[in-house]
Ligand binder design. Structure first.
Ligand code: AMP
Ligand code: GLY
Length: 428
């Protein structure tokens, strides 16, 4: 079987790494992939947003199955286009991808189906938004309706910051048409949990929970990034909370999407906040999270390709989805300066890996058989071990086998999770 994975970051590398365990798959193509992925898949120089070229390639190569991983092609309708040519896909339709592609769609869905989330208002004029902000409680959260490279959320602590955010999004259009409409919502507090799930539109199977580390610097300081590291499982997410989320969030969301005529098939990502009033949805993503996938998939015991095909065929309830009762930690190595300006083109040096450690490449290119940095987030190193403290320790010790000029990474990935575990143990 020939499988194609659209995308080219650490998430796609983790998906490809897992797909390789399936014996039916004879070849894997990555579009565009990256220099580091080329060890595990044939990289084809077609951008993830170039839907026409993706479809032509799939037809010419007689691809048997496609996995569309990033948000952009999903929101642009890549799955619909491939399916129109008879190519089975993992990933939601364009209509279902709206759950991430439009914050207004997601918020209205939650309101209509009583799914717990922050209170909100929608504005399509800057004037009306600014008028509302004169009296709104602070801090307040301002979100661009459309995709904005994960940067379309502004938490404003003062009225001035809030008004500036509206001007940047709606008047200066820093994210283009994504800022034509905005959502202004209630500021919530509590620990955050990422839960990725498989769903075929009817059945929903949550994967092991995880914790992202979004800020650039230790102690959750510095700018927001795409994610500087992850751990799984997330110790804040107890069995009791998981059961509550299934009842109040996961199943209602999947049923709501079906009722709206756009059943969601693929990986539905729930970004949750555990507030004093119970778990609430902060955001939905229509895809695997990055770098969450880099800790979740290494813990998956079952065959990923079998699960993916069951999602496509609507038979998810008939397959086993099991996770190892272990822990994983992923530390992202980035180029110094990320998420702002950074330099690239530095050689990546690696000594022999250790068992239980995997390197997933992101901003990397090859030249003359060597690997060079080519992006902000360069790679993620994931370690798995019996316990979370052991996984964190192992990840940092494996990291010393990797180096490149201008590298930087957070030194405290997993520390918050470890303190929660210690606290839970004290209380038990
Ligand atoms: P998002 O891109 O929607 O995941 O938002 C980015 C981050 O902003 C989230 O991970 C939260 O930390 C924060 N955030 C988003 N919405 C809220 C909210 N209503 N209250 C507090 N923090 C929020
Ligand atoms: N790590 C968060 C995301 O993938 O959007």
């Amino acid at each position: 079987m020939k499988v194609m994975v659209v995308g080219g970051g650490g998430r796609e590398h983790a998906i490809i790494d897992k797909l390789k365990e399936n014996k039916e798959i004879t070849s894997i193509y990555a579009l565009p992939g990256n220099g580091g992925i080329s060890v595990d898949a044939v990289c084809v120089n077609i951008g993830a947003k170039d839907i026409d070229k993706i479809v032509s390639f799939a037809r010419e190569e007689k691809i048997d199955y496609a996995v569309v991983a990033p948000d952009d092609p999903l929101v642009l309708g890549c799955v619909d286009a491939l399916q129109a040519h008879g190519i089975p896909c993992f990933g939601p339709s364009k209509a279902a991808a709206q759950i991430e592609g439009s914050k207004v769609f997601a918020k209205n869905l939650m309101k209509k189906y009583h799914i717990p989330t922050a209170e909100y208002r929608v504005f399509d004029s800057a004037e009306a938004a600014k008028e509302y902000l004169r009296e709104a409680p602070l801090p307040t959260v301002i979100k661009a309706d459309g995709l904005a490279l994960g940067k379309g959320v502004i938490i404003a602590n003062t009225r001035e910051e809030a008004l500036d955010a509206v001007s940047s999004l709606m008047e200066d259009k820093i994210f283009g048409a994504s800022g034509n409409r905005i959502v202004i919502e209630e500021f919530l507090t509590g620990p955050e949990v990422s839960v990725l799930s498989f769903t075929d539109g009817e059945t929903v199977v949550p994967m092991v929970s995880s914790m992202d580390h979004k800020r650039a610097l230790d102690g959750d300081k510095g700018l927001n990034t795409g994610g500087m590291g992850t751990v799984a499982p997330n110790p804040f997410y107890t069995k009791k909370i998981a059961a509550e989320c299934m009842e109040t969030i996961f199943l209602p969301t999947v049923r709501a999407m079906k009722a709206e005529g756009c059943p969601f098939k693929g990986c539905l990502y729930f970004g949750l906040m555990l507030t004093e009033k119970g778990p609430k949805v902060i955001e939905y993503n229509c895809r695997f999270g990055d770098p969450e996938t880099q800790v979740v998939l290494p813990l998956l015991k079952s065959d990923l390709f079998d699960i993916m095909r069951a999602v496509t065929e609507g038979s998810l309830r008939d397959v086993a989805v099991e996770f190892d009762d272990k822990a994983a930690c992923c530390v992202v190595m980035a180029s110094d300066g990320y998420p702002k300006q950074y330099r690239t083109g530095f050689e990546i040096r690696m000594s022999a890996g250790e068992p239980g450690c995997k390197v997933f490449f992101a901003g990397v290119k090859t030249d003359g058989g060597k690997l060079y940095t080519a992006g902000g987030r360069v790679l993620g190193l994931t370690a798995t071990a019996a316990t979370l403290p052991a996984a964190v320790k192992k990840a940092y010790s494996c990291l010393s086998n990797l180096s490149f000029e201008n590298a930087f990474y957070r030194k405290d990935i997993g520390q918050k999770a470890i303190s929660v575990l210690e606290q839970n143990a004290d209380e038990a």
